[in-house]
Design a protein around this ligand. Sequence first.
Ligand code: HEC
Length: 156
Amino acid sequence: MRAPSTGLLAGGVIALTAIVLVLVGAPHDRPSPPPRAPSATGVPASSVGARGVRLTSTAIELPADEAIFPEGPRSDLVNANCTACHSASMALDQPRLSAEQWRATVTKMREVYKAPVRAADVDAIVQYLVGMPGQSGGAPSGSAQDPAPNVPPSRS
Ligand code: HEC
């Protein structure tokens, strides 16, 4: 038996495709998905469901902490370098620390968390931190929160 010609094969494929398309039907013949229930606020529904699974979105309030470092010598430098990832409260809420402990913290921010703090600015930043409200006056009373500041926290 002779192999069917390319033209015959192509014709077959086209005919088959046409039959499938007719069977599937035009897009407007298919049932459209049920409309989503509009929410009270007019924004898209906060809840969608399909096949027994329902996803509901909720709004949560996160504490807004936008504390910055109080005005003082070099406070601009510290605000520029130390408030990108967390607010100033992170430092302001620390117990009284020694200059060495503050230096270790700044070093950890730079080396572990990759804070883009210039090495040349570290001394000035440490000076501000040691003298900022809550820190100045009296001997250091606290211990550094992290005894090994150059070791990344474990992720267990
Ligand atoms: C690149 C992001 C980033 C920058 C910039 C940054 N920090 Fe942090 N800082 C962190 C992260 C991450 C933590 C850990 C937060 C936690 O444990 O919940 C942290 C924690 C702290 C803590 C809590 C004590 C500790 O050792 O974890 C202090 C104090 C602190 N930062 C001070 C500073 C100071 C001062 C600067 C400016 C020199 C600074 N941070 C800049 C990311 C940053």
